[in-house]
Structure formats: structure tokens, C-alpha cells
Design a protein around this ligand. Structure first.
Ligand code: UT7
Length: 380
């Protein structure tokens, strides 16, 4: 029997409209655009609308991914939603996503902080490679803004809200996750966590304390996480490349978790790779937790920074402390078709845009000429 691979055949993203800039944050906490830019690289982030929940985000990024893969929600065998900011504490958000999509399959939430989506991608690939499933939707969604304390300048400037999805389907030609590493070091749990509202401090018993001491919000020991992140990013990416027998030069693009530009720069230095081989979009979105790596992947494909046949390395890290890396081969077939349609779509949009501009210019010139002729006639 030929080997079975789990190929990415569709992808989609969703970011909310509301933009929170560094200038906006300057009015909220004691910070400056200069501090945020030089220490993190972030310029702005997206914040959910008042009534938008993780399930809404997930559906909005999933629908284009399903359409691109050429399947409907009814064709799905499984939905995994990597998310640590669900609509409710119980149940997980995946079941709500399944219902809103109208899918008829199993669904579960994978809460592994910022590493969640890479964990989910690897998990989904196993079901397909084992031959037990054919169509899996892997979503990464986080609405970090609702869990962030907007009086705490050490965390609130870093995070934003987003969602991105891929569809995995079987393929006989090599594609998808080639090698991976899933890591966890629970000794660092208190470096990045929400102290209250879990079983350690239930709301019913500690409600007042949770509110007064703001324990229901995300707390972070930035420097410890920074050290862990710089250590982990380059070393884990190197290990997955080694496992695949690949060198950094074999890789078309590195897609790291978008937490801090300095962390990415440090990885590039350690790996002796130019920074432009690293996908970076954190200036637009900040750290979107589980959505970070898939959002960067989707934008990298959209911008033509990686294409069919390319090998990319993804690495996410975060709360837990956890990390997850994977070497992924972007397969041909549906992916190339999807990519061509996407490119055609882009060319068509650009052409339509240019044509629209030309027509508008023409009409404007006509108007100006008419106006000028009238003015001259009046003057005579
Ligand atoms: O996805 C989860 C992964 N999370 C991460 O990867 C985050 C990792 N950590 C980091 O990215 C960085 O540690 C931060 C960006 C969070 C902080 O940067 P840093 O260079 O480590 O700053 P610091 O914590 O050492 O703080 C330096 C100074 C302090 O002031 P003093 O004590 O030197 O007077 C902070 O109080 O900067 C101050 N500070 C700020 N100043 C202006 C902290 N936050 C801010 C702020 N604006 N927003």
C-alpha cells in the first residue's frame, strides 16, 4: 500500500476590523510607540467586535479554507480548534464551531496556548496518515484581548485577536508534516498563566479577590518567557530539520510564532540565516497566540513567499511552557490548483482595480474639462 500523507489543501484567515495602534495604547497605559516598536516590533493589533466570539472567528477563517479544498462542512471527519480563549469555559469551543458550520463530525478544542495550532496540525496529520480519516479542519483561534489586563502595560501591548484555518486531506505524493517535535516543560507554568477562575481559585470562592487583585487576567514573567523562547525557537527548528535530514538552506521559509521581533532576530542569528527567510507579520497583528503561526502561513502563501514544493519550518512556543515545531512540505495537486486560483484571483482583482482607477480618472478628466469649458464660456 502506498504511503499516505496529510496534505494542506485549503486555507483561510480572519482578522477583525478594529485596529488598536501603539498610539491608542499610549492613551491607555504608561507606554510609548517607541518602547513597543523597539522592544517588540509590534505597531498595531486587531481587536474583536463586541459580540464576536472565538466560534465566530473560527467559522470565518474555516469557510474559505473549506471552499478552497473543494469540500463542504458535511464532508468533514474531524474539527480541531486550537484555542485558549473559548466562548465558554465548558464546553470547548469546537462543538460550537461544528454546529455553526453545520458539520456532522467529531470536534475538540486543543488548549495549548500559542503552541496549540502546531500541536493540532501534527495531531490531525496522524489521523489522516493512519488512514482513519480523510477531511480534517484544523483551526487556530484566539481572542487574547478579552483575557488581557488593559491596565498592565507589560502584557496588553503584546497581544491581538485572529483566526486561521487549514484543511488536511490524504495524498499519495509526499506532502504535509514531514517531521515534528512537541515539547512541554510544566515547571514554567507560572511564567505565563491566568491565576484565577480555574480549580485552584474557583470564582465562587475567590470572586472578590479575583476582581480586586485582577487574577482573572493573563500574567506573564516576560523575561523568563523571552529566555525560554530564544532558546527554544532556533534549537527546536534545528532538531526538526535534522530529523528530516535537511539543512537551513533547504528551507524556503521559516514561519515562527509572532511574539516578538527580537526573538525572531535572535533565532535568525543563531541559525545563520538571513532575516528575510523568516515570515514576519507581527507588526500588523501582535501576538495572536494559537492563530499566530497559521495566520503567518496563510499570509506567506498569499504573498507568494512560499509555494508548491517548498519546505517550510514552523515553530510555536508559549504558555505551559510548551513548544511545537514541524517541517511541512507544501504539496502539489489541489494545493497547486488552489494556489493558481488564488493567484488568478489576485491578478483579476489587481486588473479590475487598475481598470476601475482608469475609468474613474477618465470620468474625472471629462468632468474637469466640462467644468473648464463652462468657466471659459462664462468668462467670454
Ligand atoms: O506567546 C507567548 C510568548 N510570549 C513571549 O514570547 C513574550 C516574551 N517576552 C518579551 O517579549 C519581552 O520580555 C517583553 C516585550 C514582554 C518585555 O521586554 P523586555 O526587554 O524584556 O523588558 P523588561 O521586562 O526587561 O522591562 C524593561 C523596562 C521595565 O522598566 P524598568 O524596571 O527598567 O524601569 C519595564 O517596567 O520596560 C518597562 N516596561 C515598559 N515600558 C514602557 C515594560 N512594559 C512596558 C511598556 N511600555 N509597555
Amino acid at each position: 500500500m502506498p504511503e499516505r500523507y496529510a496534505k494542506i489543501t485549503g486555507w483561510g484567515k480572519y482578522v477583525p476590523e478594529r485596529v488598536l495602534t501603539n498610539a491608542d495604547l499610549e492613551k491607555m497605559v504608561d507606554t510609548t510607540d517607541e518602547w513597543i516598536t523597539t522592544r517588540t516590533g509590534i505597531k498595531e493589533r486587531r481587536i474583536r467586535g463586541e459580540n464576536e466570539q472565538a466560534s465566530d472567528f473560527s467559522v470565518k477563517s474555516a469557510l474559505p479554507a473549506l471552499q478552497m479544498a473543494g469540500i463542504t462542512p458535511k464532508d468533514l471527519d474531524l474539527i480541531i480548534v486550537a484555542c485558549s480563549s473559548p466562548d465558554y469555559l465548558v464546553p470547548g469551543v469546537a462543538t460550537i464551531v461544528q454546529h455553526k458550520l453545520g458539520a456532522q463530525c467529531g470536534a475538540f478544542q486543543l488548549a495549548s496556548g500559542c503552541s496549540g495550532w502546531v500541536y493540532a496540525l501534527v495531531t490531525a496529520s496522524q489521523f489522516i496518515q493512519a488512514g482513519s480519516m480523510n477531511n480534517i479542519l484544523v483551526i487556530g483561534t484566539d481572542l487574547v484581548s478579552y483575557g488581557v489586563d488593559y491596565t498592565d502595560r507589560t502584557t496588553c501591548v503584546l497581544f491581538g485577536d485572529a483566526s486561521a484555518s487549514v484543511v488536511l486531506q490524504p495524498s499519495e505524493e509526499p506532502a504535509g508534516v514531514i517531521t515534528y517535535e512537541l515539547g512541554s516543560d510544566g515547571s514554567g507554568v507560572h511564567h505565563l498563566y491566568v491565576p484565577g477562575a480555574g480549580s485552584v481559585m474557583p470564582i465562587g470562592k475567590y470572586g472578590e479577590r479575583l476582581i480586586n487583585e485582577r487574577l482573572g487576567y493573563l500574567k506573564m514573567n516576560g523575561q523568563e518567557v523571552f529566555k525560554f523562547a530564544t532558546r527554544t525557537l532556533s534549537s527546536s527548528m534545528k532538531r526538526v530539520m535534522d530529523k528530516a535530514g535537511l539543512l537551513p538552506d533547504d528551507i524556503a521559509l521559516f514561519i515562527p510564532h509572532q511574539a516578538n521581533l527580537r526573538i525572531i532576530e535572535s533565532a535568525a542569528r543563531m541559525m545563520r540565516q538571513p532575516l528575510d527567510k523568516f515570515m514576519i507579520n507581527l507588526q500588523k497583528y501582535g501576538n495572536t497566540s494559537a492563530a499566530s503561526v497559521p495566520l503567518a502561513l496563510v499570509e506567506a502563501i498569499e504573498e507568494g513567499r512560499c509555494k508548491v514544493g517548498d519546505k517550510v519550518v514552523m515553530c510555536a512556543f508559549g504558555a505551559g511552557l510548551t513548544w511545537a515545531s514541524a517541517v511541512v512540505l507544501l504539496g502539489s495537486g489541489e494545493v497547486s490548483l488552489a494556489h493558481s486560483w488564488l493567484s488568478l484571483g489576485r491578478i483579476a482583482r489587481r486588473t479590475v482595480g487598475k481598470a476601475r482607477d482608469a475609468v474613474q480618472n477618465f470620468l474625472l478628466n471629462m468632468q474637469l474639462r466640462r467644468y473648464e469649458a463652462k468657466r471659459k464660456a462664462k468668462a467670454r
